[in-house]
Design a protein around this ligand. Structure first.
Ligand SMILES: NC(=O)c1ccc[n+]([C@@H]2O[C@H](COP(=O)([O-])OP(=O)(O)OC[C@H]3O[C@@H](n4cnc5c(N)ncnc54)[C@H](O)[C@@H]3O)[C@@H](O)[C@H]2O)c1
Ligand SMILES: [Zn+2]
Ligand SMILES: [Zn+2]
Length: 341
């Protein structure tokens, strides 16, 4: 079947892979929608591993329920893309995100488990979750990034009335803004190097204010607005400048949540973290409960994820979409792929 594969630095190719084998274990789906994620962009920029079929955020329709006797052909599903061992201390304590095997065979992130940038995919049965009827395929394909934001906000432990700054206005940053407000923050600001994305955060109503991260007075502007710094800062970019901004804009004794992923070591002003007794917390993925909560939030209409969808494209348009998303100028937040388009 046709698919999109990594084929070098910033290069995809339209390739051919075998259709998933029906083994009566894995759940086989026809992919409906796949999301393009900031983490995928890191792989694309790096150009490795060659041949990887990405797409770890998705929705689809069951064509073979495999081991999942509670599912039938035609059911709409999404899934956690991860591969926890279920035996280690982390897995047994309900924290599969800490399991050292969680990314080994992750769907769309490992060569042996092709993701949703293909018309069909096979998924580990215990990770599959049914989509409630009123949640659309587009929304369900965004459960995964929403769950990343929810986990970050849970770790931030926002108190009613707190001021929160989110660094980076991609989908992870914007859902973090939205959830911070829901969690009781009295003022949520976003900083962006891409003005069009920053302005979009305002027009979508998820942030109260946008700060231009390229403004030489950025830190002064932020500190003026909050007097002594933000209570919580959520870093959703994964680069040295962004983490430095986070550390510099949080109040003394405040908390920085690091969500952005950097594949390279980055430099940070650790002296500020020391002198201000900051708490720096990493946030990785989500628990299964958080993933299910996200579907419930959409089902109960507490959250509208459709407002983040800019367009739905075909497999042939994926290369151009990655160029657009890395242009630094596009206002697009989430581009979905319909591999059957
Ligand atoms: N920890 C996790 O579990 C997890 C899960 C998913 C994604 N991520 C990571 O989170 C990050 C965000 O994901 P995304 O999908 O929103 O990515 P994205 O690339 O769409 O968004 C990142 C945004 O940050 C902006 N930016 C870059 N440098 C900045 C700076 N110094 N100040 C302000 N803004 C800046 C960019 O313009 C971009 O809009 C990525 O690094 C991704 O790999 C982490
Ligand atoms: Zn993702
Ligand atoms: Zn484990």
């Amino acid at each position: 079947m046709k698919c999109v594969q990594i084929n070098g630095e910033k290069k995809f190719k339209i390739g051919e892979i075998d259709e998933p084998i029906i083994d009566s274990k894995k759940v086989i789906i026809d992919v409906k929608k796949a999301g393009i994620c900031g983490s995928d962009i890191h792989y694309w920029v790096q150009g490795e591993p060659k041949g990887l079929v990405m797409g770890h955020e998705f929705s689809g329709v069951v064509t073979d329920p495999g081991l999942r006797k509670d599912l039938k052909i035609g059911d709409r599903v999404t899934a956690l893309p991860i591969s926890p061992c279920l035996k280690c201390h982390a897995c047994l304590s309900g924290n599969p995100q800490y399991c050292i095997h969680t990314w080994d065979n992750a769907s769309g992130l490992s060569l042996d488990n092709p993701g949703a940038l293909a018309p069909k995919m096979a998924i580990r049965p215990d990770m599959v979750i049914k989509i409630p009827d009123s949640v659309t395929d587009d929304e369900a394909a965004m459960t995964e990034p929403l769950a990343v934001g929810l986990h970050a906000i849970h770790l931030a432990d926002i108190k009613v009335g707190e001021k929160v700054l989110v660094i980076g206005g991609g989908i992870i940053g914007l859902v973090s803004c939205m959830l911070a407000k829901m969690g009781g923050a009295s003022y949520v600001a976003v900083s962006e190097t891409n003005k069009n994305r920053g302005k979009k955060a305002l027009s979508l109503g998820v942030a109260d204010e946008f700060f231009d991260a390229l403004d030489p007075n950025f830190i002064e502007n932020v500190m003026d607005r909050t007097h002594r710094g933000f209570d919580k800062v959520i870093e959703c970019c994964g680069n040295s400048n962004a983490v430095t901004s986070a550390i510099s804009s949080v109040k003394t004794g405040g908390t920085v949540i690091l969500v952005g992923v950097s594949l390279d070591a980055i430099t940070i002003p650790s002296v500020v973290a020391v002198m201000h007794e900051l708490t720096l917390k990493g946030a990785i993925a989500y628990t299964k409960e958080e993933f299910k909560t996200c579907l419930e939030l959409m089902y109960n209409k507490k959250i509208d994820m459709t407002k983040f969808v800019d367009k739905v494209i075909s497999l042939d348009e994926v290369q151009d979409a990655y160029k657009e998303l890395t242009s630094g100028e596009s206002s697009a937040i989430k581009i979905l792929v319909d591999p059957n388009k």
